[in-house]
Write a protein that binds this ligand. Structure first.
Ligand code: PBG
Length: 317
């Protein structure tokens, strides 16, 4: 049937009708809030590129966790900025490291929150790369062992799930070997993206030389993303994550259609910063733009989104 019998505007007439036929919805259940733990006490250090996001000392992380829990956010993803960095990134697996301490504090102050940790070395290495260097390159297999050690230390400190973000080959199986019962949320298709810019400012993890194109994916590729995902599932990943989100909606859709596991997206710092900057300049409405962007990420195939809007979203909805 076509026009005039078919008139698609009929179902767009009122808010209630639109709600009744809406295909995609957003809820606080669908988002994960990133948190950045730093040394000190009573520290809430805002980041210029990420309005509303701050580095927080352990006591402040615990307070923020309790607040997020109260607002209805269910999960956080923890990053750490250590006191000291070294060649190996040994702060990453220190039983008394920054993330490990933050985990214990969050467990105590926000017992209802699900605690995920980012597993990577880049915040802990003096050179800022995601693994150990041999002859100026990141050495894969050595790094993988250190990542497994890091993941284990996070779980010992109370993490509910671990999220490896380094893009080394074989890291999921190495983590699976030491953690048979822990959910692994794999950053399976993680691209070498310019949209991580503001994050590197908050995580203090900009590489001292070179870039991450030797391990993160080429933005031009989608078939390769499917191979990464297939391998991670075989190695024991429970959740596949695509990152960034908005510039990679086609990748999300392809991963959603190919695999039957949960698929998540990481809506990265640059995506958030762009909207914040546009809104601050008076060019767009932040809340509408954020809800539209996050709805699009879900529509493309993400069940859950890691987003810096998680806290505001819980308040908005
Ligand atoms: C660590 C890591 C990065 C992000 C998450 N985990 C940065 C990077 O790979 O350089 C980016 C998150 C964001 O931009 O919001 N490897």
């Amino acid at each position: 049937m076509s026009f005039p019998a078919t008139r698609l505007r009929r179902l767009r007439r009122t808010d209630a009708l639109r709600a009744l036929v809406r295909e995609t919805s957003l809820s606080p259940d669908d988002v994960v809030m990133p948190l950045f733990a730093c040394p000190g006490e009573g520290v809430v250090r805002p980041v210029a590129g990420l309005p509303g996001i701050a580095q927080r000392s352990i006591d402040e992380i615990a307070r923020e966790g309790a607040e997020l829990q109260r607002l209805g956010v269910r999960a956080v993803l923890l990053f750490g900025i250590p006191e000291e960095k070294d060649e190996q990134g040994s702060g990453a697996w220190d039983a008394d490291g920054i993330v490990q301490r933050a985990l214990r504090a969050l467990r105590a102050e926000a017992p209802g929150l699900t605690l995920l940790t980012d597993v990577c070395l880049c915040e802990y290495t003096s050179h800022g790369h995601c693994g150990v260097l041999r002859d100026g390159e990141v050495a894969n297999d050595e790094t993988v062992e250190l990542l497994a050690r890091t993941a284990l230390s996070h779980v010992d400190a109370g993490a509910d799930a671990v999220a490896p973000s380094d893009m080394m080959d074989g890291r999921v199986s190495a983590i699976r070997d030491v953690l048979p019962d822990t959910p692994i949320v794999s950053y399976a298709a993680k691209y070498a993206s310019a949209f991580y810019g503001p994050f590197r400012e908050v995580a203090e993890s900009t590489p001292a030389f070179g870039d991450r194109r030797g391990y993160q994916m080429d933005p031009a590729n989608v078939r390769e993303a499917l191979r990464e995902c297939a391998l991670d599932l075989e190695e024991g990943a429970d959740v596949l994550m695509v990152k960034p989100a908005l510039p990679y909606l086609d990748v999300l859709r392809a991963v959603r259609e190919r695999f039957d596991c949960p698929v998540w997206a990481y809506s990265v710092s640059g995506e958030y910063a762009m909207v914040k900057a546009g809104a601050a300049a008076g060019h767009l409405d932040e809340r509408r733009a954020a809800l539209e962007a996050l709805t699009a990420v879900k529509r493309a195939g993400a069940g859950t989104i890691v987003t810096y809007w998680a806290k505001e979203l819980a308040a908005w909805l």
